[in-house]
Ligand binder design. Structure first.
Ligand SMILES: Cc1ncc(COP(=O)(O)O)c(C=O)c1O
Length: 432
């Protein structure tokens, strides 16, 4: 789309007359967009149907087999730690020793939820009291994952935002909060291809997180959801958070979570929990009151599909081939439509499922609303902050994986039209 009457320049630098002119052009483009009657969705980070097809062998596996390598009949109760063959496929990628890695149910979020519930009710190793008998708060790197926030918000745990940069959470802020607030019991971390910024925690940041002085029952909720979800050849060296924590004298601090949700079928996959021996024992103890063992037939299906660590890597390359062009489309549309007006900043991630876009302060909610009214659903502005409150009202999370490429490009183009209009409106309101 071109604007013949105005030449692109950073919107904020335009004099008021030029800004009004740009606003009128954006408003006309937006009216045209609304007239197109679109119905497109950029909300949740879901694999596309084409990606799901990569795992269709799951629909007929396991081919009549029902025993593991040791001869155990997987059709029956038991096997609380999960199928050893599947645990060894993921142990290397997650950097968790196989005997400290559990393969469990279909959702890592369920595991995180239940872990926090167990901690509230019973306490954790090293803690004197159940969390619920103390005042409890959690650190939340922002922008972050809304479903993490929801878990603790529902439990009445206070969330304290901590800013993120490309190397992970701001360690000076974490250190000062841990020093001054003794109610802090946990912190959410997505160490690789963070949701939504794509940040990769540096080793320095990880070393600081496992060694900063904190309460003995302080836990890092180490959600390694995107450990194997690369989009380029540039691979982060997996960091062995459990070894670093043990080295720092805090072996029980990290609790590692992951799942096959975005490897195979979300909702029909396998989750993982990795931790120190004391934490693994604690987890198994509490899980044993809840279930007589996980779905090992599903785990066998997954082990047969993925075969080994190389098979897992090869499978993820097929995902990459489908996803990478979609991320490139986000970058290209934003460069074409937003960059000339200085109307957005984003970083193209080298993995994961999201692009985090910052627009003019005060314009994000309005942009998302305008996009919605034009038939383009975008994750609500503010969702990437605790309590849905982005203090700058600037961040928008883009989830480009689900729609087909052509639809994605149309949706992004329409979103940019909404963003330009919202930005011009916001800037003009500031000049009044
Ligand atoms: C960081 C992160 N953790 C966990 C999940 C969901 O995991 P699961 O499907 O295993 O519950 C997502 C899904 O978007 C996610 O982005």
């Amino acid at each position: 789309m071109t604007f013949a009457t105005v030449s692109p320049a950073p919107l904020a630098d335009l004099d008021t007359a030029s800004l009004r002119e740009a606003h009128s052009a954006f408003a006309r483009a937006y009216d045209e967009l609304k007239g197109a009657g679109l119905k497109l969705d950029l909300t949740r980070g879901k694999p596309s149907a084409e990606q799901l097809d990569l795992s269709n062998d799951l629909l007929h596996l396991p081919d009549g087999r029902f025993r593991d390598a040791a001869g155990t009949d997987l059709r029956n109760y038991g096997g609380a730690t999960g199928l050893p063959e599947l645990r060894s496929i993921f142990a290397d990628a997650l950097r968790v020793p196989v005997d400290q890695l559990l393969a469990l149910g279909n959702s890592s979020l369920t595991l995180m939820h239940d872990t926090i519930a167990f901690a509230l009710l019973h306490g954790v190793p090293g803690g004197e009291l159940p969390w619920a008998s103390q005042s409890v708060s959690f650190l939340a790197p922002v922008p972050g994952y809304d479903r993490h926030f929801t878990i603790v918000e529902r439990f009445g745990i206070r969330l304290i935002p901590v800013p993120m940069d490309e190397n992970g959470p701001d360690i000076a802020a974490v250190a000062s909060l841990l020093e001054t607030d003794d109610s802090i019991r946990g912190m959410f971390c997505v160490p690789v291809y963070s949701n939504p910024t794509g940040a990769i925690y540096s080793e320095e940041v990880v070393r600081a997180l496992v060694s900063l002085p904190a309460a003995p029952d302080f836990r890092l909720i180490w959600d390694n959801a995107y450990a194997v979800h690369h989009l380029t050849d540039e691979r982060p060296q997996p960091i062995d958070v459990l070894a670093l924590a043990a080295e720092a004298g805090n072996p029980d601090r990290p609790l590692v979570f992951a799942s096959t949700s975005k490897v195979t079928y979300p909702g029909s996959g396998v989750s993982f929990f990795g931790a120190s021996p004391a934490n693994v024992e604690w987890m198994l103890h509490h899980l044993s009151a809840q279930s007589i063992g996980p779905d090992k037939i599903n785990q066998l299906r997954h082990a047969e599909l993925l075969k080994d660590a190389d098979g897992l890597a090869a499978h993820m390359e097929k995902h990459r081939a489908i996803m990478a062009p979609k991320f490139a489309a986000v970058d290209s549309v934003f460069r074409d439509r937003l960059a000339p007006w200085g109307a957005g900043s984003w970083a193209l991630p080298s993995g994961g499922y999201f692009v985090s876009l910052d627009i003019a302060d005060g314009a994000a909610k309005r942009a998302v609303q305008l996009a919605k009214e034009a038939g383009i659903a975008v994750t609500p502005a503010g969702a990437t902050f605790p309590y849905g409150d982005d203090p700058r009202d600037a961040n928008i999370r883009i989830a480009p994986t689900f729609p087909p490429l052509a639809e994605l490009a149309t949706a992004l183009d329409g979103l940019c039209t909404a963003i330009l209009l919202a930005s011009a409106e916001t800037l003009l309101a500031d000049r009044d």
